[in-house]
Design a protein around this ligand. Structure first.
Ligand code: PGA
Ligand code: ZN
Length: 425
């Protein structure tokens, strides 16, 4: 079935900031949309998000140029193409941009079209998106944020995400029940401390803590208060997002809350210490995207027993992932569609990661939309893990809820590996 029209609009993300939505109509009247999310702690190697920079419109954040690029450049390039040829269409979108980081037309413009193509193809095939995208049947193990910090919570803590993984759950449904209980127990503790101040960008609490480590201690006690044994039914995952803490000139990491500066070796030491003292099963961006020596050392020391996820390190870029695999920098890759800008390149990033025996973790952005594309992507590719923020706010819950719907749809053919997917000592 052929593409008849492509249009684009400015909509708004979960922070209220402008973003791009594209809509594709096919000759038979079916259609599909693509909604683009946006990060706050973005990596320097990400594809380019094009914003107008016009001080008189939406504080420089409007995306009218990206929208014009969809309608005036990308639409004519793909009208008349077969909707089932996602790879061919994505190749054409990349060609028409012509830059290595999609900076001419904007990765947000390109991704809106690429996502709309995938959704329109599923509508044309009359199957759910996950079935149209791939053959997978594996329901993901969620990583769910309890406390938010860093760039998402005005730097209340230096660590960006304090998350829980329900490692002992036997089903996807049970992961949500365990995490719900922990999230509510943590909320009760916030009330007791008199610091029940609502939630940060991804829905986690953002109280004041004395130190970065205090949040870890409270997280352990919330797991216990919810009736679980830390490290058994539920374990801890941290996204340090440490590229934001790193000064490449001095080579130092700054933990402002703790008034400490670390060089790369100190930072590795701190991570090893935390992993010894707390039931941590996963660390994301424990080191900066340019600190490759540090990554190699940490991975040699910890990679056999803790999941080490590269987010800013790889930016979902197949070339960067391939190089990282060769150098043994990590054992998992955070997968964000808008870091690379097309569905096809994202699928390639997931394939490379899995081929190396590493774990792909499909992830939302801190600025999200009401779309649940990534839930379908996680199941379609048998990725095994999903990270979309906390257990509140509808732009987060829509992703968790969509996995429940997919589970119902798959019925007895659904699979779930739970904590077994993580590295074990
Ligand atoms: P971001 O945060 O979307 O602001 O980059 C998410 C993450 O760092 O994993
Ligand atoms: Zn991250």
């Amino acid at each position: 079935m052929k593409i008849q029209s492509v249009s684009a609009y400015q909509i708004f993300d979960s922070r209220g900031n402008p973003t791009v939505e594209a809509e594709i109509h096919l000759d038979d009247g079916t259609s599909g949309r693509g909604l683009v999310p946006s990060g706050a702690s973005t990596g320097q190697f990400e594809a380019h998000e094009l914003r107008d920079g016009d001080r008189t419109r939406f504080r420089e954040k409007s995306v009218f140029r990206a929208i014009r690029n969809v309608e005036e450049v990308l639409a004519p390039a793909i009208i008349g193409w077969d909707i089932e040829d996602q790879a061919g269409i994505d190749r054409r979108l990349i060609e028409f941009d012509g830059t290595p980081n999609k900076s001419r037309l904007g990765a947000n413009a390109i991704l809106s079209v690429s996502l709309a193509v995938a959704n329109a193809a599923a509508a044309w095939r009359r199957v759910p998106l996950f079935r149209s995208l791939g053959e997978g049947t594996l329901l993901p193990l969620p990583e769910i944020q309890i406390f938010g910090g860093g760039a998402h919570a005005n730097w209340r803590t230096d660590v960006q995400d304090y998350l829980v993984i329900a490692t002992g759950a036997e089903s996807y449904e049970e992961t949500l029940e365990i995490t719900y209980n922990i999230y509510k127990a943590a909320g009760d503790q916030m009330k007791d401390r008199g610091s029940d101040w609502g939630v940060a960008d991804e829905g986690g609490y953002w109280p004041e803590f004395e130190t970065n480590e205090e949040a870890l201690e409270i997280l352990v006690s919330a797991i216990e208060e919810a009736g679980y044994t830390p490290g058994h039914e539920a374990a801890i995952s941290l996204d340090i997002a440490s590229s934001d803490l790193y000064d490449p000139e001095s080579g130092l990491y700054h933990f402002a809350l703790d008034e400490e500066f670390f060089d790369s070796d100190d930072m590795i030491e701190r991570m090893l210490e935390w992993c010894q003292r707390y039931p941590i099963v996963s660390l994301e961006d424990p080191l900066a995207d340019t600190d490759q020596n540090g990554w190699r050392k940490l991975c040699a020391a910890l990679g056999g027993r803790v999941q080490l996820i590269g987010d800013d390190l790889f930016t979902t870029h197949p070339g960067r992932i391939r190089a990282g695999i060769e150098k043994g920098l990590a054992n998992a890759v955070l997968i964000k569609l808008n870091q690379i800008g097309t569905v096809t390149e994202t699928l390639e990033a997931i394939r490379l990661t899995k081929e190396a025996g590493w774990n792909p973790v499909i992830s939302a952005r801190s600025g999200e939309t009401e779309d649940a594309f990534i839930s379908h992507l996680a199941v379609a590719t048998d990725a095994g893990q999903l990270k979309v923020g906390s257990f509140s706010r509808s732009e987060r819950m829509v992703k968790w809820n969509e996995c429940l719907r997919i589970a119902r749809h798959l019925g007895h053919t659904a699979r779930f590996l739970g904590g077994k997917i993580l590295p074990r000592p």
